[in-house]
Design a protein around this ligand. Sequence first.
Ligand code: RET
Length: 281
Amino acid sequence: MLNMENFLTYTPVQWTIVINVLTLGYAAMAAGLVYFWLTREQAAPRYRLSSALSAVVMASAVLELFRLAQNWANSFQLTAGVVEAGDAVFANGFRYMNWSIDVPVLLTQILVVLGFQGKRFKGPWVKFTVAGLLMIWTGYIGQFYESAGAAYENVSLAPYWIWGAISTVFFIYIIYLVWKEISRGLQVLPDNGARGMMKAVRWLLIISWCGYVVAYLMPVISFTAWGVVARQVIYTAADIVSKVIYGVMLGRVATLRSQAEGYTFDVVEEASLGRVVPGRR
Ligand code: RET
């Protein structure tokens, strides 16, 4: 069964807002990729994996969001002043496949920045990964039923609610774990801004992840063209906050922590070669 996007017609303005917002999405991820690559040495080697993980998230998101924007462009055609469904199918499922990579990686980043090692790392890592994948894949099944009732009159909306509810159980478990692990990790963070930043990360994660839930609910909130526009705007905002801004903040925690532990990053002029190289003191 198809996503609600396929059953509606759009004004040229609505269609354009969506393609523009989807483009902003992958442009922001490409910008993030450059940022995380260029700033990777600002943290001590021990915490540098955080930048690498952000870069992994960016690369997969650029590809997925680019594919999704093309999918939007190909799925509709302009006929007599309105944009209506064409031959291709528009599928938000691409997003869920991208989350299968990004959610475990984003959660792992917390453990890296908190400096957990050995069993202290592996225990929560396994829980984060398993719960994250189950949250996404159960929601993936549920979203196939989102147009039941509204577009498929004889199909029940029940599977949509049931799979959504199962997914929410895993979501609540993840939020509980995030809260618990960060609260424990806060004690080892220095008081030079790192601790405050990590507390902010906790809230940023919870609020931005709720955006994905609102997007899932959009077909029952408003099965309209403006509902589609709102959904793609919410997805994009949630993506930029939960991937890019989150990564920048965790990178900052890693840098502040590295500084408190005696690591400094400087740019030194190599006079003989006349070029600027990164150096460490
Ligand atoms: C679903 C289904 C409905 C119930 C819940 C959901 C939660 C989704 C979340 C997704 C987070 C994605 C992220 C992606 C970053 O790349 C699956 C929509 C609770 C929380 C952070």
